[in-house]
Design a protein around this ligand. Structure first.
Ligand code: EPU
Length: 428
């Protein structure tokens, strides 16, 4: 088990480049199942979930290799497998993104039900209903979703769930509809930039898609898709996390190579809290000179504040003036980080799908444990702000979704280092 050791209380300053978007790369890697030729993806981040997806695809007869220039080239070498490995998809929910493309290209798909995780229940009813609407026969059999179809048929597909659209559900249905016969209209589609970017890859492969980035996506099915090259968009969640480190430490950080409008909701909140926010082309600078003002924040589907940034915002508001509230309308139980933040001296109550925060003057380092990917990032931000030393255990969670985050933070002046956990488990 890896750990981070952080000596906090240092204001961070400098410029850092963000990596490619994890949540765009993963469905794009799955979409390579659709192509009759090699798919070349540029700007793919080197992180745990990408390595896991590579193994999932290998088990389905695809070879993924990193080129000398860093690009990831994925090609089908054996088109016969239809069953995804249980242990891998159980480890990473995004593995479920192979369902749609595998079904559309090979006529059958057997994919393990994705595991739940610390952020709450992870249903798949919208994925199943969406593929059934395209003419697939879908059933659950011994923990696997088993789908089969001749050629899928275009249809009206409604993907709006009780808490908004489904991101990977849209990826699965979109990646199936592109090979269906006739027109598909997806209403209640996810408008997230990562799904729009997946759509741009599919169009480069020969798909016919309109409405990307809106709640209504129209697809004209085609018979086959070719290989293609595509550069993945920057990771807006990593960008937001790094900018929030400026707010957490009362420093000044510039992130380079971002798409500022993908960060708009977060930048608005940072500005409302009293930060100085500057946007210049693909660079965004956040400077925090005074203690933040309190905020009311609701994590929502795009273009709202992303659920994937909710934990990090909660951590930063722990040190703000007065009383703040952070609600997660996408994953109401995504608050495992609250107990760990309170171990650092925060004063946060988790009630009714929200974090009720009473700002404190200071946080104090302690031994804390990461529970999930974005909770890990929240603990890093809190540790950077806390006086004294913080040890964050189980940092494997963070390595799933951030590429060299400790190195990036050190380049900004953070005193953070990685170590394997000492054999004797520490008290507390
Ligand atoms: N939902 C349903 N039925 C379904 C699918 C989803 O009711 O069939 C509900 C969920 O319970 C949730 C809401 O719809 O309340 C949104 O869930 P969604 O399906 O969009 O989540 P996801 O596709 O499983 C992706 C990201 C998550 C991110 C969410 C929300 C990937 C690989 N993962 O998950 O990323 O939090 O969208 O934006 O794209 C992360 O990166 O840390 C992360 C968890």
């Amino acid at each position: 088990m890896a750990q981070f050791l952080i000596s906090g209380g240092v204001a961070l300053h400098g410029t850092v480049a963000v990596s490619g978007a994890k949540n765009a790369a993963l469905p794009m890697m799955a979409a390579a199942l659709l192509a009759d030729g090699p798919v070349r993806l540029e700007n793919v981040p080197d992180l745990g979930d990408v390595r896991t997806m590579t193994l999932v695809l290998k088990g389905l007869g695809l070879e993924a290799s990193r080129q000398a220039d860093g690009a990831l080239v994925i090609e089908t070498v054996d088109p016969s497998p239809v069953r995804a490995a249980c242990d891998l998809v159980g480890r990473m929910r995004a593995g479920f993104c192979v369902l749609g493309p595998l079904l559309a290209r090979r006529g059958r798909a057997e994919v393990p039900l994705p595991g739940g995780c610390a952020i709450g229940e992870r249903p798949i009813d919208l994925h199943v209903a969406g593929l059934a609407a395209l003419g697939a026969e879908v059933r659950i059999d011994q923990g696997y979703v088993v789908a089969r179809a001749g050629r899928l048929r275009g249809a009206e597909v409604r993907l709006l769930g009780p808490r908004g659209p489904t991101v990977t559900g849209t990826a699965n249905v979109l990646s199936a509809a592109v090979l269906a016969e006739g027109e598909t209209t997806i209403t209640g589609a996810a408008a997230e930039p990562e799904i729009a970017d997946l759509g741009r890859l599919l169009v480069a492969m020969g798909a016919r898609i309109d409405g990307l980035g809106t709640p209504v996506i129209r697809v004209q099915g085609v018979r086959r898709l070719a290989g293609a090259s595509h550069r993945i968009i920057p990771d807006r969640i990593e960008g937001a996390t790094l900018l929030l480190a400026a707010a957490a430490t009362q420093g000044e950080i510039t992130v380079a190579g971002v798409v500022p409008q993908d960060l708009a909701a977060v930048l608005e909140k940072l500005s409302a809290a009293g930060c100085d926010v500057q946007v210049e082309g693909d660079r965004v600078t956040v400077a925090a000179r005074d203690r933040l003002r309190p905020l009311e924040v609701a994590a929502l589907p795009f273009p709202g504040v992303p659920s994937d940034v909710q934990a990090q915002v909660t951590a930063v508001l722990a040190l703000a003036q007065g009383h703040s509230t952070v609600r997660d309308c996408v994953f109401p139980s995504r608050f495992a980080h609250v107990a760990e933040l309170n171990r650092l001296g925060a004063c946060i109550e988790h009630r009714d799908g929200a974090a009720l925060i009473t700002g404190v003057d200071r946080l104090t380092g302690a031994v804390v444990t990461a529970t999930d990917l974005r909770a890990s990032a929240a603990l890093v931000l809190a540790g950077l702000a806390a006086a004294g030393q913080t040890v964050i255990r189980a940092i494997e969670h963070l390595d799933r979704g951030y590429e060299r985050l400790d190195e990036k933070l050190r380049s900004l002046g953070a005193r953070i280092k990685r170590r394997s956990s000492p054999t004797a488990s520490r008290p507390g």
